[in-house]
Design a protein around this ligand. Structure first.
Ligand code: FEO
Ligand code: CA
Ligand code: CA
Length: 556
């Protein structure tokens, strides 16, 4: 492992609005990367603050090595890998993404339920379908294998002697797959159904104040295609990449939603009111009267940023969905009843929600550069949105957008926005994707340069080498700097960062190692180096002195 001392770069202030001894989010919400400063507050003691300020972080040099490399003060172990048995019937799915840990007993942070998204599959490994060379379409058996390996997993995990392990066969361990029946939380049926089949494309997510998981359906059109509308209103079907519609005639309109999972029994519902698009994540804020504000991004070039405000306490059904006009700092209501252009184009509010992208464009929403993960700063309440990139606008390295709601009020109709941090050579990262604040309010970030462009000679991504995990410290000499603390195996991206409630573990997914493999006998990665000699998406626990010191809150 090659390490160099961090060289000073342009200082980018992160401290504008921070008052020392600031309010910090309760650990439960923070653990899943969601902030809500109004629910409760704790304070950093002056001793904690001093320790944080003194912390010296070492910047890992960019690497193209096929391994999970960590900076000084961190170590890792693998908790669960693709295809591991989680009980006698079920196995862990493929390409893990969002993770969220909820302790079974709030007084014991070392034993609880871990939700993990399984976003999509690599057919070469999962169904043995050689999509690069096979002239024949997939068989039904191959499609069934792929359907099983997406969705999500709940596994009970426990830490003993410093190592997190899955509690095999625990009654909570279940799989949600592309075949699990899921209710729509909506009055009207969609394509004749109130219960739909399965979830897939599960990218990032969120957690509710009532302790359920949210998993978001992102690139849903890859699995059953998409319905497209011509100017005369006629429709056609755009085929999917995976071709599942050859065997399962499920409408595309059943996917592209935010999905809530109850950890107690795995029961699920899709929240139509949040709109349908390539949902990256869903980040909730609970208002004082317990109404909910939910922020979500549509991760596609030139798509939009949304927020839903409920009209009833703890509802993800009754309320209004808004889309952002960042040019004018306004949230525009996607409200069929009160927007003439929507009334003349769509037949009702359900159609507006299903075709949220078109409705947003009709209302003049701002096109953004792939809005991905969203986090609420637990100290200031500002909203941070990762904008990954937009090649159509020659933005190759992306940025982090900061939204400040007017008067700090999350239900405000107005906001101001600015680029908090730009990707590129100067700041040493490219293509920000997942964000997470830790218990002390430091911002952690993973990157997602795609496997097809990473490490390509003379390409714009060459200097950044493998995707990585970075931290932007909040305090001390390194405040506002971007420091690389982990480097991913070849072709992989880190996803789903989530801190344990005691701040001693960072759960992290390693997604699509070896994604550029074209021959399963010669994989481009062998991580995590187990006896099968193939790459396996896995969830790891990152621990060590550095994590504990950065989450110093517990020591006060
Ligand atoms: Fe699945 Fe937008 O990352
Ligand atoms: Ca993502
Ligand atoms: Ca991404």
């Amino acid at each position: 492992m090659e390490i160099k001392k961090y060289s000073r770069k342009e200082f980018l202030s992160f401290l504008g609005k921070i008052s020392l001894g600031a309010a910090i989010t309760p650990s439960f919400l923070m653990a899943c990367g969601n902030g809500n400063p109004t629910i409760a507050s704790r304070e950093l003691s002056s001793k904690n603050l001093e320790e944080l300020k003194q912390l010296v972080l070492e910047n890992l040099v960019a690497s193209n090595v096929d391994d999970l490399l960590l900076t000084k003060g961190l170590e890792y172990h693998t908790i669960v890998k693709w295809n591991d048995k989680i009980n006698n019937d079920d196995s862990f799915g493929f390409n893990c993404d969002f993770t969220c840990f909820i302790p079974l007993d709030e007084n014991n942070p070392k034993d609880g339920l871990l939700w993990v998204n399984h976003e999509y599959v690599d057919p070469l490994f999962v169904s043995n379908y050689d999509y690069l060379n096979d002239k024949q379409p997939r068989t039904k058996e191959q499609v069934d294998k792929e359907m099983y390996n997406v969705g999500g997993s709940i596994v009970r995990i426990r830490e003993e002697n410093g190592k997190w392990r899955v509690v095999h066969n625990d009654s909570h361990n279940i799989r949600i797959t592309a075949k699990t029946p899921i209710k729509l939380n909506w009055e009207n049926s969609i394509k004749g159904k109130n219960t739909v089949i399965g979830t897939h494309s599960n990218c990032s997510g969120g957690v509710t104040p009532w302790k359920t998981f949210l998993t978001c359906e992102e690139n849903y059109d890859q699995f059953y295609g998409e319905t497209e509308y011509a100017n005369d209103g006629s429709t056609s079907h755009r085929k999917s990449f995976y071709g599942w519609e050859s065997f399962y005639d499920y409408p595309p309109e059943h996917y592209g939603w935010g999905v809530e999972i109850d950890p107690k029994d795995g029961s699920a519902q899709k929240h139509v009111a949040l709109g349908r698009f390539a949902h990256e994540c869903c980040t909730l804020f609970q208002l004082k009267d317990e109404r909910i504000v939910a922020y979500s991004g549509d991760d596609k070039e030139n798509e939009h940023l949304y927020k839903f405000i409920s009209s009833k306490p703890n509802s993800l059904k009754e309320g209004t969905l808004y889309v952002a006009d960042t040019d004018n700092g306004k949230w525009i209501p996607l409200d069929w009843e009160n927007q003439a252009v929507l009334k003349s184009t769509f037949k009702d509010q359900t159609e507006v929600l299903i075709r949220a992208r078109e409705a947003s464009k009709l209302l003049g929403a701002t096109e953004l550069n792939r809005p991905e993960d969203i986090e609420i700063d637990p100290v200031t309440g500002n909203i941070f949105v990762a904008l990954t990139n937009n090649k159509s606008k020659e933005d190759y390295h992306g940025s982090i957008l900061k939204i400040e709601e007017a008067n700090g009020n999350h239900e405000s109709s107005n906001f101001s926005s600015s680029i908090y941090m730009a990707g590129g050579d100067e700041n040493g990262f490219s293509c920000p994707d997942n964000l997470a604040f830790d218990l002390s309010g430091n911002l952690w970030m993973t990157t997602d340069m795609s496997g097809s462009v990473m490490n390509k000679e003379n390409g714009p991504y060459m200097p950044f080498k493998n995707n990585s995990l970075f931290v932007i410290p909040r305090y001390g000499n390194d405040a506002g700097k971007v420091i690389r603390v982990a480097s991913a195996p070849r072709d992989a991206e880190f996803t789903g960062p989530c801190f344990s409630p005691d701040g001693k573990t960072l759960f992290l997914s390693v997604q699509h190692p070896g994604e550029q493999t074209t021959d399963v006998n010669k994989p481009t990665s062998l991580w995590p180096f187990d006896e099968d000699n193939i790459p396996k998406p896995s969830v790891v626990a990152i621990t060590g002195d550095l994590i504990e010191k950065m989450n110093t809150l517990n020591e006060g």
